[in-house]
Ligand binder design. Sequence first.
Ligand code: NIG
Ligand code: FE
Length: 400
Amino acid sequence: MLGPVWPDGTDRLAGKDMNLFPTLSNAWLLSENGRIAAYGTMDQELPEADEVIDATGRWVLPAFCDSHTHLVFARSREEEFEMRIRGRSYEEIAAAGGGILNSARKLQQASADELEASALERLAEIERMGTGAVEIKSGYGLTVDAELKILRVIQKLRSQSRLIIRSTFLGAHALPLEYRQDRNGYIKLITDVMLPQIADEGLADYCDVFCENGFFTPEETDTILQAAWKYDIAPRIHANQLAVSGGVQAGVRNNAISVDHLEHITRNEIDCLLDSNTLPTALPSCSFFLNLPYAPGRDIIDAGLPLVLATDYNPGSTPSGKIPFVLSLACIKMRLTPEEAINAVTVNGAAAMQISDRAGSITAGKDARLIITRPMEHLAYLPYAFGGDHIERTILPTIS
Ligand code: NIG
Ligand code: FE
């Protein structure tokens, strides 16, 4: 089975359309020079090919587009996991200098080569689990040198991985301890020192802010995003993870590509998104890991909005880059249909990374960036048999 087969120009799906999933059964697909050249059904005459892969009984889907990760990091944080089991909260650990600041200390000490080697292993791991395009954020540097180091590592990964990689500058991830009495000093460091240098080296496609109580306010978010726009760096932000924080409105008024997390959202935020092009993105494996509420994905889609799903792969709140698990959580905890969930990590995930011309659907001319599942009759088996190993093969174009 081949799908979803979308006509050229299907760039995002919203509301009821998210449940559409056009397929071809008993199908073939021809890839030429890494692009989808043609597809059809086996009762037609088959084109000549140098290599044939038999996918009988399997599903051929677009590779997943994971539009929110922090997968360049120095060390895991299982000690904080154990602290939370004993009753400390994520916010308490962060306020005491752990959390993101803990990761920043470790990353500041790590060499670029070490960071690159561990990130390459994570990229290989997510590729095996079906991901073909990924966004990666900085934000574990928090000094000029360390933010540049992590962004340069992300840049270098691009030439070593077959995944499409989009990079995001997240200097406003947490306030470094030495700026606790001087918030504006750190914001100025971001806007006047980090951003110009990052723009000069072409290191970031996007700029992110953790807009949240205890992290950065909506007003500080405005300042940073407006500074980024001056360099044509578009925003995508963390909003409403821990509380209704004004982050959605800050994202929309700054023309953010996406607002991500949304564990806490009311009708006001939904109405605000309906008036915008900003894509709401839910990260259910973060809710699972931190025991947070799940973003109300069902309500977001029922309101007529598009929904994007992503992993949030990072050492603190989501130590997993497994999209198939995100699909299971979206169906089980957010009541998405399997079709809606898969559209949210393919066509809509590609839209959230602005790579719809290359990825996210089975469309002639796009990259042959595909997954072949293990034998399965129904698409629903993929999210249903949660935790399983259902991706037999990920096919990505070779590095050019
Ligand atoms: O998206 N919320 C902010 N950033 C990450 C977590 C970072 C961390 O704890 O290291 C997130 O959940
Ligand atoms: Fe995140």
